[in-house]
Design a protein around this ligand. Structure first.
Ligand SMILES: Cc1cc2nc3c(=O)[nH]c(=O)nc-3n(C[C@H](O)[C@H](O)[C@H](O)COP(=O)(O)OP(=O)(O)OC[C@H]3O[C@@H](n4cnc5c(N)ncnc54)[C@H](O)[C@@H]3O)c2cc1C
Length: 153
């Protein structure tokens, strides 16, 4: 039996202090002294990584005038977090909100990641939010990126 299973929730041996300590130790292994300096500046020869290859073919990438408006709530990001925030706002009776994303469409990581074979690794019906609300039934146990992106849209 693994350490985690032996000390898991519900086990008489479960020790949250010990578990937290273990998580801290794992975190400390990944902390680097150079902090933000470890990252490359996405310019010069890396400039291409700072451009959106999907923008021109996306609905939000079409030329338009800037939109100037006042809203009660601005939601930053149209990935799962932003989409679910919007739905919960709507359910709470708040509809004066705007979702802003630097991408040309909704989807978050499923907008940005389109490499061959991309898919979720948590079962679709757990991973994909709002399935019942939208009436979506995932076609695969681990849905592919295009299907997840479409669900987000
Ligand atoms: C290929 C891949 C597979 C994954 N599979 C799984 C999985 O199976 N299970 C799982 O639990 N997790 C998985 N993840 C993790 C994934 O990040 C989360 O599941 C989830 O999609 C995160 O949603 P989010 O809305 O928090 O962030 P994101 O999806 O990253 O959305 C954030 C959005 O905010 C926008 N944004 C950020 N900053 C700004 C700004 N300043 N101005 C405007 N817009 C901004 C970004 O463009 C982006 O669209 C996977 C991630 C990837 C990349």
């Amino acid at each position: 039996m693994s350490d985690i299973a032996a000390t898991g929730l519900g086990s008489p041996d479960f020790d949250p202090v010990q578990l937290r300590q273990k998580y801290r130790e794992e975190r400390d292994k990944r902390l680097r002294p150079d902090g933000n300096a470890q990252y490359l500046d996405v310019s010069g020869e890396y400039e291409e990584f700072a451009t959106d290859p999907y923008l021109s073919s996306s609905p939000g990438g079409q030329p338009r005038d800037p939109r100037v408006t006042d809203v009660d709530t601005l939601v930053l990001g149209g990935g799962w977090a932003g989409l679910q925030m919007a739905v919960r706002l709507h359910e709470a009776g708040i509809d004066d909100f705007l979702i802003v994303d630097q991408a040309g469409d909704f989807g978050g990581v499923w907008y940005w990641n389109r490499y061959p074979g991309v898919r979720c690794d948590i079962e679709s019906y757990i991973y994909m939010p709002l399935l019942e609300e939208v009436g979506t039934v995932p076609t695969e146990k681990y849905a592919g990126g295009p299907e997840i992106f479409e669900h987000a849209r």
